[in-house]
Design a protein. Structure first.
Lengths: 511, 174
């Protein structure tokens, strides 16, 4: 508790608060804008965080995350377009409620339960992280290798419609990470005598290029300019739009949805895009009035918004305790931490406990800003969301260039940012999801390092030395995880196809 | 014309084979280590070939099922105007322009390259519009790159490429 209070105190200075506020604002805007997402907002913030001290930088990035997941509810409720896949289920009841002339009530419920979801998730994060890290402290490189194998199963979860295409994308990411200096013995690989290639590809260039630049180019191809009139009477909000009695009636739904959110967040790769749908479908199946779901009732919004926001905190548990990201969003957070020279993992709780608690406190501060901004700033957001794409997209591309250059002071990275963007554009156009590629690029080097260390530490150097009781458990979980991921993807694709058949706007399952 | 579905797995397998063969040229300097720096690329090469091969049966089935329907290409008979062509291939034009921007950053410098880049990009992207809002395009092209350049160089000490700015006798720009 002391550490938490001291971390909170370190955030309560004007500069940090402004940075967190700016991060939450940017996150909400990117989360709400169809076609753009939280990961892109993080990419744009990365160059700014290079020059900030780690506390400010991490607090800002967390602000972007919290804002990003919640921002999706604005366009989901007001336009029936989920700004992010995490807000898919919010459309089901949020938009019908808005169409009944209760847009303010729908927004109020969404904002309040986004807050509650994050709060419950944060409590789970603080409670679970420390004991989990204490256990992980006893792990050797053998166990770490098995954990990385488990984390790489995220590729299967992020594969979308085709597992094979997801794997190809993931292997491509690992291969791109192989270019440059090899770990352990520092041998150059595939550098062809070029110093730039020997230094390897910049994390920001690969992630921003393949994700952000390709997304911007897709938006250029199919523009989706919004008009202020599209938002109707969204800006009139009176309180959160529900009574104490209604709140009491939703307590069980809220707790159950938050538990689903945290649980799914901990599992690698599944993420908020599944948790909101799962929480919604469980809320519907266990309801006394399932026929009312989809007509604009409070229960649907509560389930979706509590679950997707709780997932953000759930995904941070494996990130902070084991150093493996729970979803693509936390993979970007992992990159941000690595850029600041911080390696998340169990040791972080001993070497930098203050930084861990800064993450916890930053979630608390961000969620308060998120509520205040969305509640009082809804008029501003509806205006910002109508900024024309011909202005927004070139400016985003320019800022992506700044991000790529800032990381290593090389124009080589800016050139490759564009080329990776081109690669990402074509790959996603041919049905290859980009998430596995990013995961492969981030986790590939750590997996290789732990594998080589584990084999070096053994006397025999044979593959049997990669087996230990804990490692075997993780290998088994990895197999189960792949099977479950494939099943979940099939179900999710089926649901998205059904939603598309009903004429609803659905986000790309591969995104 | 439809893409031949077999090409995709073949490309993946060839790519895997190239990686595998190229991995033999990686020099291993430390021989006492159980696996060398060439292990991961070789493994990836094999995995690419396996996944490509696993995609092949489905691709072959898809190729058989692919019914070639000879249909009259209506679009090709009507020639597109220059404007329609520009709209259709806008994202590729923008791509080429962005690549040119990236290549010119070092020589021209961030500030001027970005001003020109934003101006041309916004002009290109408004090709669909009936009337361009020139004041907005000009103001944004000038203000945003200048603000970013000065902010990063002066406040964050992040040395964005100076390029031709070094010839301008204004301290804040150099």
């Amino acid at each position: 508790m002391e550490l938490f209070i001291s971390a909170l105190a370190s955030l309560l200075n004007p500069t940090t608060l402004v940075l967190v506020l700016g991060g939450v604002f940017l996150g909400i805007v990117f989360g709400a804008l169809p076609g753009l997402d939280t990961s892109m907002a993080v990419c744009l913030c990365l160059p700014l965080t290079f020059v900030l001290d780690p506390v400010d930088g991490i607090a800002m990035i967390i602000g972007v995350f919290i804002g990003g997941v919640s921002g999706g509810l604005i366009s989901a409720t007001l336009l029936n377009i989920p700004g992010t896949a995490a807000a898919m289920a919010t459309c089901f009841d949020g938009h019908p409620m808005a169409k009944k002339g209760q847009a303010g009530r729908a927004m109020g419920i969404g904002i309040f339960y986004s807050f509650m979801g994050t709060l419950i998730g944060m409590i789970a994060l603080i409670t679970i992280s420390r004991p989990m890290a204490a256990v992980a402290l006893h792990f050797t490189s053998v166990e770490y290798f098995s954990i990385y194998v488990f984390a790489l199963t995220m590729m299967a979860s992020l594969s979308g419609k085709s597992l094979a295409k997801g794997l190809v994308s993931g292997f491509l990411g690992v291969f791109i990470a192989c270019i440059g200096i090899a770990p352990i013995d520092y041998t150059p690989r595939f550098s062809f005598g070029s110093n730039n290639l020997a230094a390897g590809f910049n994390l920001v260039a690969v992630l921003t290029g393949s994700f952000a630049v390709s997304t911007v180019m897709k938006s250029i191809k199919s523009p989706t300019d919004l008009k202020t009139s599209d938002f109707g009477h969204a800006t009139k909000m009176h309180g959160f739009g529900f009574t104490v009695k209604e709140y009491v009636r939703q307590i069980w739904n809220m707790i159950r949805s938050a538990a689903i959110g945290v649980g799914i967040g901990i599992l690698p790769g599944i993420g908020a895009s599944t948790s909101n749908l799962m929480a919604y479908s469980i809320a519907k199946s266990s309801s006394k009035y399932p026929e009312k779901f989809g007509t604009g009732i409070m229960d649907g919004i509560v389930a979706s918004e509590t679950a997707n926001n709780a997932t953000v905190c759930g995904a941070m548990i494996p990130l902070l305790t084991l150093g493996i990201p729970g979803d693509i969003g936390t993979a970007f957070l992992l990159s941000a931490l690595q850029i600041h020279g911080i390696s998340p993992g169990p040791l972080l709780f001993d070497t930098n406990p203050d930084l861990v608690y800064v993450c916890f406190a930053a979630i608390g501060v961000s969620v308060v800003f998120m509520v205040l901004l969305e509640f009082f700033g809804i008029r501003v957001f509806t205006k910002v969301l109508t900024v024309r794409e011909y202005i927004l997209l070139p400016v985003i591309l320019m800022l992506c260039g700044v991000g790529a250059f800032a990381n290593s002071n090389r124009t080589f990275d800016v050139i490759f940012l564009v080329l990776f963007g081109l690669m990402g554009y074509f790959l996603s156009g041919w049905g290859y999801p980009l998430g596995p590629m990013c995961i492969g690029f981030i986790l590939g080097p750590s997996t290789e390092t732990s594998l080589r260390r584990a084999l070096m530490a053994s006397d025999t150097g044979s593959l049997t030395s990669l087996l230990s009781p804990i490692a075997i458990v993780f290998y088994i979980i990895s197999i189960v995880s792949v099977v479950m991921a494939v099943r979940n993807n099939r179900r999710l694709n089926k649901r998205l196809e059904e939603a598309a058949a009903r004429g609803e706007n659905v986000p790309d399952a591969n995104a | 014309m439809k893409k031949n579905p077999v090409i995709e797995p073949i490309i993946i397998m060839v790519f895997g084979a190239v990686i595998f063969i190229a991995s033999f040229s990686i020099e291993t300097t430390v021989h006492s280590i159980a696996i060398g720096p060439d292990f991961m690329p070789k493994l990836l090469g094999v995995l690419f070939v396996i996944v490509g091969a696993s995609m092949l049966p489905r691709a072959l089935r898809a190729q058989k099922e692919q019914v070639v329907v000879e249909k009259k290409d209506v679009e090709s008979t009507v020639p597109l105007t220059r404007k329609e062509l520009a709209i259709k291939y806008m994202h590729f034009i923008e791509w080429g322009w962005t690549l040119l921007y990236a290549l010119s950053l070092k020589k021209i410098g961030f500030l001027f390259a970005s001003i020109i880049y934003l101006f041309v990009s916004m002009t290109l992207l408004t090709v669909r519009e009936k009337k361009r809002n020139w004041p907005v395009i000009i103001i944004i092209s000038l203000v945003i790159p200048t603000f970013v350049y000065i902010l990063f160089r002066q406040e964050f000490f992040l040395m964005l490429p100076v390029g031709i700015c070094k010839y301008i006798p204004i301290n804040i720009l150099r």
